[in-house]
Design a protein around this ligand. Sequence first.
Ligand code: GAL
Length: 360
Amino acid sequence: MKKTLALALAVVMSLGLLAGCGNSGEKNPGSSGSGSTPNTSASNPGGSSNPANSIPEAPAGGGTVGVCIYKFDDAFMTTYRNSLEEILEGKGYKVTVVDGNNDQAKQNEQINNFITQGVDALIINPVMTSAADQIITTVKDANIPTVLINREPTAEQMAAYDKLVYVGCDARQSGTMQGELILDTATGGDINGDGVIKYIMIQGDPENIDAQYRTEFSVKALEDAGKKVEQLNLTRGDWDRNRGQEIAANDLAQFGDQIEVIFCNNDDMAIGALQAIQQAGRKVNEDIYLVGVDALDAALNEVQAGNMTGTVLNDAVGQATAAVAEMEKLLGGATYSSGNQSVYVDYVKVTPENVSEFMK
Ligand code: GAL
């Protein structure tokens, strides 16, 4: 009886996966709690073209894993790689984590070295999304089970190799949540009440889909709520705190009180922007709003202190856990069918009301 129920559940979940994330171009980020975004628990049935009940158990640890990170000098990816290392080591794997120094050629070499060393599996955070085809060809030729993280290739690219899966988040959801954080403020973002929300956008690396979607969907959420918006400036800050500070300082000098909202594609840039806001004598949540993404510890502190309007949890531990789980399925012999190679972890809105739940 129990077995039948489990099998039925596995079938329902597989169908859910097919419907939920068949094609990365068709995902709907929805808004918080809409249920339209696949989440890990629901979209993680094995992702396999094999029936879930026929996937052999992965060997219990003991293998070697190569982890490639696009660069170590990135606040969010530092939390992420530390979690990955801890989880993998905790499970008995021998892990080597390497720094790509934001250089795709260097990362290609690192991947080749891992292959020569004969690692059992790879977890790769590509430097450039545009390098996905090359990375996928390399790992396929070497027949190494591979989990891509943080920078999502297209479903078509991933379809080239059935021992490949992507674990990440749907960045549209984080953008939508940033917009909602602004809509939920006392003035709905229109501090001076002139009927137009004027903002600046501090963007991550524009080659990165997270930067593209957060930029687009944060503003779309305002427009979808019927608000008029005006972008005063958009500048790439490459996810970097110092760049966030410089850009915000320049924009505050140029546009002054006209700026009502500063959207930052991530928290590290938002923390930098906050320094500029404070230097300019402005006060967050009184005469300007500021939002980021990631829920870095520093940002959580600022949200609690009222110095950031809010942020969005980019769940590093959840993604690291899911990445290792998918890797173990691959090691156990699972394969992924085309269109079913993405596993998503949900973002969560962080406000002064719920921030304490996220603080360690
Ligand atoms: C994003 C994250 C950024 C940065 C980027 C690197 O998901 O929000 O802070 O780490 O990944 O690709």
